[in-house]
Write a protein that binds this ligand. Structure first.
Ligand SMILES: Cc1cc2nc3c(=O)[nH]c(=O)nc-3n(C[C@H](O)[C@H](O)[C@H](O)COP(=O)(O)OP(=O)(O)OC[C@H]3O[C@@H](n4cnc5c(N)ncnc54)[C@H](O)[C@@H]3O)c2cc1C
Ligand code: FES
Ligand code: FES
Length: 1367
């Protein structure tokens, strides 16, 4: 015992990470687990994606040991929010702890790689830990072992495992498959494309080929040494760590008393600290008081009157307890109530947040700061009680009273909350239902509004109806101080029998009661939700006749069929995500073995095990400093000073640099493209909100970030012109960027003639398209290290190292050969790490140059979002002429592109837009395009820049024409597809050979494979039957021109026969290295000697280094993989040519030649075994067209505006794919990113243009629960293409355009909704039939507004006026 005491270092912070013991003798108590792991250990797999609990990149497994029960509890937590001091005595497992390349990967790592579930790999470690946790916990459950090769996990659990993890690359489907492959109830045939088995193999073979998983030899997550140590004291030395863990209420009270109210401002009461994900903290505290060791706060007591949940109990534990408590309760209704509370809690945040987030913390945040809590709303409806202790006073009050009080005093502690057991009168029935409408059903999204309703109802004698005896209605999260009870509404319901008249009266009152405060977004939408949810709750009674003894009242109604009581259950949140088995159809080819084969992505297993090194994982050199940008919040102003409120710079600040610190021989340059450059820092005048003004350099990244956030910038706008914030302003002030003549698209035909031939015209219709943020999981980052002789080495996560190189050299004023930029891999780029990555690299280099110390920077998510620029917003005004049969004869449009403050790549936008828009034969096409210079951050390339908008504009015009003619839109699309002749007219040489025009084939094929026509009928039938849900289906073609650019490549063969390859292209997750490896193996195998079959294993592609491989250019435009491959192929051909004489002579001597022997001989003969080439595509074949088509079907919930993508089918022509698995990943990932643009991702800014969608709270990319429920993809092999690299075609960007099919399907569903609304009198007749614009993104509020904010009111009015019509 004594030795243990000694070992624990007397109150030291001791814990384990992946089985290793850590003892930390002093630490700033605000240090998070993530900060510690990343800066003080070698376990860098834990990634920082947001620092808010919103992305899951930082998820680790936390294991706690209970010595009394000798049991280990394992659950995931977000290490970015977990304070290090709070893990004293715990064990942490990261993905490195599961396995690695040296000692063997874990089955999870193997399966992630084999199912092609990792692209850039930045999200992958977090995904693996989330998987591991569900597997581990499933094994612990008391379930029978169903199959020896599988775990006890079920498919539905596997699907939910990653609900809180974001991935921007893959589209999630393969990740879910990798996870499902462990599930005992999985049908192996349902799993998608993988590298383990081939199509057609027997089930048994398939199972045998899965990397083995042995549930019986589970990893021990809690090391024995720590168990032993835990026998002694586990409390930290409070003084030394400023971390107090009172073990009784009495001790806590004493502490609070001794502190006094003033002292408490420097003290922080903490449970799991997840609150800081929302309320970011800049202030530091002297003391932390951890409530978790106080028994009253940590237990759940079940009694006959209720369940008392300690305030420090986690949401996950509360869910388990609520569900379990039901077992002890006799009343079904009370059981049901507890279960529904638990079900609602299950939708809060993500699993990893719920595992630690406490009930009391949630209540405190809601009461003190107005946090839009779900817990409060639900508990308010069931009349929960709250127990509070304030220094010496104990009290128990109702939750309602608690909320009405002034914000909880800093010395008041919530002890517990009690959920009462409800008992109804014997002849009555309890009804309870909870609701929430949020941008994503499960994946970490706060609700627009939540609600919970409790009612006791009794039969009305002599009728089949009910009377309301008692009712409690709670609404919250809609933009009020806190959740409310709608008392007036309750009052009018009590004692009433529910009929449509009562409902109408009730709805009116709800509208007057649930009123968001000023400044809250989407107020009308939120009000309409309140109405919709209550309506749904009440109509179950008013419209039905239910047997009282039946289970029905509170039972679920089949949400898919909408049958049940003739009333549809509309709350989609009740249906967990269920991905249906999907088909991936590929044709692999062995003609150019191993090119064309679906091999797994190079490095995927390393990415999974956390061994892959990203820029921020490179250990900090000695003396390293850290930077953070101070950016402008004004669009156009003189910067008169930068200072700190406190007068002196905050802790750790070493310097603040601005444009004045640029060396005299250097230049104020932060980025450049072929069109122009932009300054690194604003000089005296800042020209947009989000522009870099200065760089704070500090001793840690945290200190730099805090200092930058605390910096105050003084502005002066006197005598300045107003900023140009809209494209209309730009027109007025003639503020444009020039479009170089070679990028000026040409008109086609004569517009006036086309218009003259038209039977109908639409004139000056308008569309606006918004921006989109990249949301790469790894934000901008660089590390600059000064080297001898005034040189600078910069590690940058960039898609264009060559350009960063020249920017750094210019900025520092040194020759280019003094600079070296190195890029190994990029944690997601999507165009955002091309030009936009340069300022980070340049700023680090400048600071390193000035301070003579290494400087690194990893932008926090907020700064990244504010400065990123992103996709170009634009305004389009079009006029179109068309015949009565749907044939379009002429299109003219005026396009105003908001390019922001500098050129960046904006001048390419017009031609990109045109190239995608010309997918239809418009007859004649003319346009007027302006690239507007505005006082916004510079917009840049984002995956399919311009093409995405061009393709969408084309669809919007087609939809408009079809609507005007009341014609089927698919017919109009068909009518206007190109013939090969018209294609040649629109695309000239780019059209290629007639056989290459595969779109008509794809178009027909996708209709067949998706059963488009049959499903169209089914959709019609569905819409006839269903009132509150409407479906839509849409088929959309795409055509996307790409351009090959010159690219270098170098292949070197080492003495042992292994091969090293360098290419200009950067590995961004798109599989470039994999294709390059395949190409190298193929091209070198043409030497035709023994041992070349496994050349693939011998090839290593190494990091890009701008001094080793010059002229690397940009990795962009979807073609860098193929051009890099071609450069490598040319290099290999040279080597083969040099090796051939050696081989021939060896062959003559020995008969057969092995690769290794050949290379040895070549070395002896001093053959040059390094060859490099600069591939320059021929001018006639550098452009080519890509084709694809998609059919998507969606379901819109008319009450909430939620759109569910039921199914998407894609066919995409990849030529002869270089690697169908990689291309499939690109297609699916791009499509899902497109769904984000069209349906979810809202880029908002304040009136000054400062981005306000600046966090995971405000910007919602797709999660696993928002992708198509069924997602079928076919990669078409269109055979031989003379001018393509081994007949291959691009896949990175074009499929993104196909996501417009989801938007168009949504429009079709809304059309049906509007038709119905019109029949209820909710729309004027003309309005009902006239075309409507569906904005991008079609978020829930947007969809709901078009379906009718007052749809319930209209329905009730109609049904009252004509009861038979509306039922
Ligand atoms: C990514 C994410 C998503 C989320 N989504 C949702 C959601 O959809 N719906 C929802 O309702 N909530 C949501 N939450 C909020 C979450 O429930 C709370 O963050 C959590 O419950 C707070 O618990 P904690 O133990 O981490 O509190 P802490 O962060 O430790 O504390 C939060 C605050 O409460 C104070 N406090 C804590 N306990 C007590 C106590 N017993 N008495 C007095 N003061 C106390 C602390 O001093 C602090 O000010 C989300 C949170 C995150 C991070
Ligand atoms: S970094 Fe922790 S959840 Fe995003
Ligand atoms: S692989 Fe998931 S974010 Fe890149």
């Amino acid at each position: 015992m004594e030795s243990r005491e000694r070992k624990r270092g007397g109150g030291n912070l001791v814990f384990a990470v992946n089985g290793e013991r850590f003892e930390v003798t002093s630490i700033d108590p605000s240090t998070t687990l993530l900060e510690f792991l990343r800066s003080q250990t070698r376990f860098k797999s834990v990634k920082l994606g947001c620092g808010e609990g919103g992305c899951g990149a930082c998820v680790v497994l936390l294991s706690k040991y209970d010595p009394v029960r000798d049991q280990v509890e394992d659950y995931t937590v977000n290490s970015c929010l977990t304070l290090l001091c709070s893990i004293n005595g715990c064990s942490i497992t990261t993905t490195e702890g599961l396995g690695n390349s040296k000692e063997g990967f874990h089955a999870i790592h193997h399966r992630i790689a084999g199912f092609h579930a990792s692209q850039c790999g930045f999200c992958t470690p977090g995904m693996c830990v989330s998987f591991f946790s569900v597997l581990l916990n499933a094994e612990k459950r008391n379930r029978p072992d169903l199959s020896p090769d599988f775990s006890k996990l079920s498919v539905s659990e596997a699907e939910k495992a990653i609900a809180g993890n974001l991935c921007r690359c893959t589209g999630y489907r393969p990740i879910v498959d990798a996870c499902k492959s462990f599930a005992s109830d999985v049908d192996i045939e349902d799993l998608g494309l993988n590298s383990f088995w081939h199509k057609g193999e027997s089930k048994e073979n398939k199972v045998n080929k899965l990397p083995s998983y042995d549930s019986s030899c589970q990893l021990s997550t809690f090391p024995e040494f720590l168990k032993e140590e835990l026998q002694s004291t586990v409390l930290l030395d409070s003084e030394r760590y400023s971390w107090y863990s009172p073990v009784s209420i009495g001790e806590l009270q004493g502490m609070l008393e001794s502190k006094g109210a003033n002292d408490m401002t420097r003290a922080k009461i903490v449970v799991s600290n997840t609150g800081t994900g929302y309320y970011k903290e800049l202030a530091s505290y002297d003391t932390y008081i951890d409530l978790r060791k106080i028994p009253e706060l940590s237990i759940v007591k079940r009694g006959s009157t209720g369940i008392q949940i300690g305030a420090a109990v986690s949401i996950t534990k509360a869910i388990v307890e609520l569900k379990d408590s039901g077992k002890d309760i006799m009343y079904d209704d009370a059981k049901m109530l507890l279960r529904k509370i638990a079900d609602h809690f299950d939708k809060i945040a993500s699993g990893s947040v719920r595992n630690s987030a406490s009930i009391g913390g949630n209540l405190a945040m809601a009461q003190r700061s107005g946090f839009p809590s779900d817990i409060v709303t639900v508990l308010l409806a069931v009349d929960a009680l709250v127990e509070i202790v304030t220094v010496s006073k104990w009290e128990t009050i109702t939750l309602e009273e608690f909320l009405e009080r002034p914000p909880l005093d800093s010395r008041s502690i919530i002890v517990s909350v009690k959920v009462p057991i409800w008992k109804q009168e014997s002849h009555c029935k309890l009804m309870f239902e909870t609701y929430r409408a949020s941008p994503r059903p499960l994946g970490n999204a706060l609700p627009y509004l939540n609600a919970a309703f409790l009612a006791e109802i009794c039969p009305c004698h002599g009728t089949d109806r009910f009377k309301v005896n008692h009712v409690r209605l709670a609404f919250g999260a809609y933009g009020t101080k806190h959740a409310i009870r709608a008392r007036k509404v309750e009052e009018i319901l009590v004692g009433r029998t529910l009929d449509h008249e009562v409902l109408q009266e009730t709805m009116k009152l709800v509208r007057a009661t649930v009123v968001p405060e000023d400044g809250i977004s989407h107020p009308s939408y939120r009000m309409s939700l309140a109405e919709a949810f209550l309506f749904e709750f009440l109509q179950m009674l008013s419209e039905t006749s239910v047997e009282f003894s039946g289970v029905g009242l509170n039972g679920y109604i089949d949400s898919q069929s909408g049958t049940g009581y003739g009333v549809e259950k509309c709350d989609i949140s009740h249906s967990p995500p269920q991905l249906l088995p999907a088909k991936q159809t590929i044709i692999s080819s062995s003609e150019h073995h191993p090119v064309g084969e679906p091999i797994a992505k190079t490095g995927a297993a390393l990415q999974a095990s956390g061994e892959a090194i990203f820029v921020d994982d490179i250990p900090s050199p000695a003396d390293c400093l850290y930077g953070a940008f101070i950016y402008s919040t004004k669009p156009l102003a003189r910067v008169t000073g930068v200072h700190f409120k406190s007068g002196s710079p905050p802790n750790g600040v070493a310097a603040i640099l601005c444009y004045k610190d640029i060396p005299v021989e250097g230049e104020n340059i932060g980025a450049r493209s072929i069109f122009g450059s932009e300054p690194l820092f604003a000089s005296d005048l800042t020209r947009c909100a989000g522009e870099r003004i200065a760089l704070v350099v500090a001793d840690t990244q945290k200190h730099a970030d805090i200092a930058a956030a605390l910096a105050v910038v003084d502005y002066d706008t006197e005598n300045l012109e107003p900023p140009i914030l809209t494209v209309e302003d730009a027109i007025e002030r003639s503020s444009f960027f020039e479009i170089p003549p070679f990028l000026n698209p040409e008109h086609v035909g004569d517009f006036n003639e086309g218009m003259a031939a038209a039977d109908h015209k639409i004139l000056s219709a308008e569309i606006r398209l918004p921006s989109q943020y990249y949301f790469y999981l790894e934000t901008q980052t660089a590390l600059a290290i000064p080297d001898e002789d005034n040189c600078m080495v910069v590690y940058s996560s960039i898609q264009a190292p060559e350009f960063a190189h020249s920017v750094v050299a210019k900025c520092l004023g040194v020759p280019a050969n003094n600079v070296r930029v190195i890029t190994r891999r990029v944690g997601g780029g999507f165009g955002g790490k091309a030009i936009r990555a340069m300022p980070t690299a340049a700023a680090c280099a400048l600071a390193a140059h000035r301070l003579h110390r290494p400087v690194r920077m990893y932008l926090n998510r907020k700064t990244d979002m504010i400065m990123a620029g992103g996709r170009h917003p634009m305004k389009i005004t079009y006029s179109v002429g068309f015949k009565s049969d749907g044939k379009i004869t002429a299109l003219h449009f005026v396009l105003l592109i908001n390019a922001g403050i500098s050129e960046d790549i904006s001048p390419i936008l017009p031609s990109n837009i045109l190239n995608a828009l010309k997918k239809y034969n418009w007859g004649a096409l003319s346009f007027d395009i302006k690239v507007c210079k505005t006082n916004h951050t510079s917009k840049s390339a984002m995956r399919a820049p311009g093409e995405l908008q061009g393709s969408f504009i084309a669809e919007a015009v087609i939809e408009h024409v079809a609507a005007s003619l009341s014609m089927d839109v698919d017919f109009v699309r068909n009518r206007n597809l190109h013939s090969y002749d018209s294609l040649t007219l629109f695309y000239k040489h780019g059209a290629g050979e007639p056989t290459e025009y595969t779109l008509p084939t794809i178009w027909d094929k996708v209709a067949t494979t998706s059963r488009y026509n049959q499903r169209l009928d089914m959709v019609k039938q569905f819409n006839e039957i269903h009132k509150w849900r409407k479906r839509g289906i849409s088929r959309v073609p795409i055509l996307h021109e790409v351009l090959l650019r010159p690219t270098p490549g170098k292949v070197s063969i080492l003495q042992d026969g292994s091969i090293v390859v360098e290419v200009g292209g950067i590995e961004l997750g798109q599989g470039l290295w994999t294709k390059v490896k395949q190409m190298t193996a193929y091209a070198l195998s043409l030497i035709k000697c023994g041992g070349t079959e496994d050349l693939l294993e011998k090839v290593r592609v190494i990091q890009a280094d701008t001094l080793s491989m010059i002229q690397g250019g940009f990795t962009a435009g979807s073609t860098t993989s193929e051009s890099s491959c071609e450069a490598v192929r040319i290099s290999c051909n040279m080597l083969v040519e040099r090796l051939t004489p050696v081989k021939d002579s060896l062959q003559q001597k020995t008969g057969s030649v092995k690769w290794e022997a050949l290379i040895s001989q070549a070395y002896l003969q001093a053959v040059n075994l390094s060859a490099s080439a600069h591939y320059v595509p021929e001018s006639t074949s550098m452009k080519y067209l890509n084709y694809g088509a998609a059919v998507s079907e969606v379901q819109v919930n008319l009450l909430t505006g939620e759109t569910t993508i039921l199914r998407s089918d894609i066919i995409y022509d990849c030529g002869q794919s270089l690697n169908p698995a990689v291309d499939l990943g690109q297609i699916e990932g791009a499509f899902v990113q497109g769904i984000g643009f069209f349906m979810l991702e809202e880029c908002l800014s304040d009136p000054d243009g400062l981005v306000t969608s600046d966090s995971t709270w405000t910007y919602k990319i797709p999660t696993v629960d928002t992708i198509p429920k069924q997602f079928n993809v076919e990669i078409m092999n269109s055979g031989y293409h003379q001018k393509r690299v081994l007949s291959s075609k691009a896949s990175g960007e074009p499929p993104l355009l196909l996501a417009a099919s989801v938007h168009c399907a949504t429009r079709a569903a809304i059309k049906e909704a509007r038709r119905q609304l019109a029949s209820w009198g909710g729309l004027e007749g003309s309005e009902a039939n006239s075309p409507f614009q569906l904005s991008v993104p079609a978020t829930m509020p947007v969809v709901k507004e078009l379906c009718g904010l007052h749809v319930v009111e209209s329905y009730l009015k109609a049904s009252l006026a004509n009861p038979s019509r509306s039922n």
